[in-house]
Design a protein around this ligand. Sequence first.
Ligand SMILES: [Zn+2]
Length: 120
Amino acid sequence: MISLRSLQAQTIVNIPGWEPYSFRCVGEGSSGGVLMMGGVTPLITRGKNKGRRNYRKIDNTTVREVFVKDSDYHAFCEQWSKDTGNCIKCEGEGKVLASWHHIEGTVYVPCNACNATGKV
Ligand SMILES: [Zn+2]
């Protein structure tokens, strides 16, 4: 599943297939937030990177910049949790990222906010 940040940006941009590819923290305190750049990119159809986004073939007509204030992001998460019944901390997955290692890969631990159920 895509992150809630990406989901919120998609909702604002409202272009099918649009996804952010860059995230930058801007400002601080009550005016702080994340500036996202994104666009519609085709998926790689063959080779070891199959299924990943092909940023070399990005559709330049769909490139947009979206700024989401942290307070708006938290409001979006609360609403999303209400609508879906899912846990915000693990975004409904029941697990959260513990570490990443280039050989061992991604390590998850059970989410302690929802007892690994993914639900609130
Ligand atoms: Zn959880």
